[in-house]
Design a protein around this ligand. Structure first.
Ligand code: AMP
Ligand code: MG
Length: 404
């Protein structure tokens, strides 16, 4: 474990706690009603309350025959009705059974279903039950999933495919959700050029902008694409003034103590900005503050640093502002398939894969190498001050936990 906390380096948990506290101080509270078909990725603003029992009536879990067990003497039973899913049955006639199909309502008086594979249909049309029967078998009780009035989903639930299916199962066609969060994305750096343009000397293509915009959209945010800010104070001021009404300014690059940190200068003129040095690798420098009252998070510019700090810090912050409670990714412990010989001062998030049940990092862990993350399936979290031998336990955070 960590006993290498350097003065001046902020542990990842401390940074996260501070960001979450900031998020809770500026929640997105406005709500809107949206049709179920438009609700994917949104966050519930009201608890989802069941307006009906699920299932609404007892029904058969099998294709088979429904009977009242107490009436059965062991003799074959005549079939008195046929009940398809979607039909309304008659009460069961005494001394008979009903042909019934999966999902069809149980007839009043019947309490047990035998599946069709276990019965014998006689020449006289009667059904012989050849296996022992248990009272209530193959019957789905009314309300076994949900009772009318139950809170099925709490406020702050993100609506993914499963939640949307559940909402639909309750017959609800419209939901109250938090409005979308508006996030301005800025890339800083004179060296940046957009894809499709020719590269001049010393220039590179802007990868962070696409990465963040696509990611924010997956998180249900409305993105204000502020493009590239060149390293010039006047133009940076003008770009900031043009941002309009946003809930967060998210920048990349220019956050180390670089001399060309014009974004920092311009933001400080009308706000406040703190530079955090995080005990995280990749991604040590992070800025945090506000500009004209709008929160600002400045991520480091190297693409793998942008990725890691967005995944572990900015994403939880965004979700918490929308009222989501579980914002931290799940991870699980896996044996290391690599050796970590030198204990680090910063917690490392290696872009890694699982192979034969072991974690293998991409060979090049440079913070400039985004390809490492495209190859990877997750982050292997190597704690500060630790070494690892093959087979030692390391926490693995799947990328799928943070990308959506
Ligand atoms: P900076 O934080 O501005 O010093 O940038 C650190 C490194 O990340 C430099 O090598 C930059 O060229 C690179 N970088 C900054 N922003 C981007 C971006 N949007 N896309 C790709 N690389 C970037
Ligand atoms: Mg820069």
């Amino acid at each position: 474990m960590s006993n290498c906390e350097q003065p001046g380096l902020m542990p990842v948990e401390a940074a996260l706690q501070r960001l979450l506290a900031m998020a809770e101080a500026t929640p997105i509270v406005e709500t809107q009603r949206v049709a179920l078909a438009e609700a994917a990725g949104r966050v519930l603003a009201e608890p989802l309350i069941a307006g009906l029992d699920l299932p609404p009536w007892p029904n058969s879990a099998m294709d088979g025959y429904a009977l009242r067990l107490a009436d059965w003497t062991g003799e074959p039973l005549p079939v008195s009705q046929r009940i398809q899913a979607g039909s309304a049955p008659e009460p069961l006639q005494a001394g008979s059974c009903a042909r019934i199909f999966t999902g069809a309502p149980m007839p009043l008086g019947a309490d047990t279903v035998e599946m069709q594979e276990n019965v014998v249909l006689g020449d006289d049309g009667r059904i012989r039950f050849s296996e022992p029967l248990q009272l209530g078998q193959n019957v789905r009780a009314q309300g076994q999933e949900t009772r009318i009035g139950d809170e099925v989903l709490p406020v702050g639930t993100r609506l993914g495919p499963i939640e949307l299916g559940l909402v639909a199962s309750l017959g609800i066609a419209e939901l109250s959700v938090r409005r979308r969060m508006r996030v301005a994305v800025l890339s800083t750096g004179d060296e940046l050029v957009e894809p499709g343009q020719p590269l001049g000397p010393g220039q590179i293509y802007n990868s962070n902008r696409r990465l963040l915009i696509a990611w924010l959209q997956r998180l249900g945010c409305a993105v204000v694409d502020a493009g590239i800010l060149v390293d010039d104070l006047e133009r940076t001021r003008a770009a900031l003034a043009a941002l309009g009404d946003v809930d967060l300014i998210l920048s990349t690059g220019g956050v180390s103590v670089g001399e060309a940190d014009f974004l920092g200068v311009a933001l400080r003129e009308e706000g406040e900005l703190a530079l955090w040095k995080l005990a995280i690798k990749p991604g040590k420098p992070l800025t945090c503050g506000h500009f004209r009252g709008v929160p600002v998070i400045g991520l480091p510019g190297n693409p793998a640093s942008t990725l890691v700090t967005f995944a572990l810090l900015a994403r939880p912050y965004l979700l918490r502002r929308l009222g989501v409670q579980r914002v931290e990714p799940l991870g699980f412990n896996v044996p290391a398939g690599f050796v970590w010989g030198k204990p680090g001062k910063r917690r490392e998030y290696l872009r890694a894969r699982l192979e034969n049940g072991r974690v293998l990092p991409y060979p090049n862990q440079s913070s400039g190498v985004l390809r490492s993350a495209a190859w990877a399936e997750g982050f292997a979290e190597v704690l500060e001050g630790t070494t690892l031998a093959i087979g030692d336990t390391v926490r693995f955070i799947p990328l799928s936990e943070v990308l959506g």
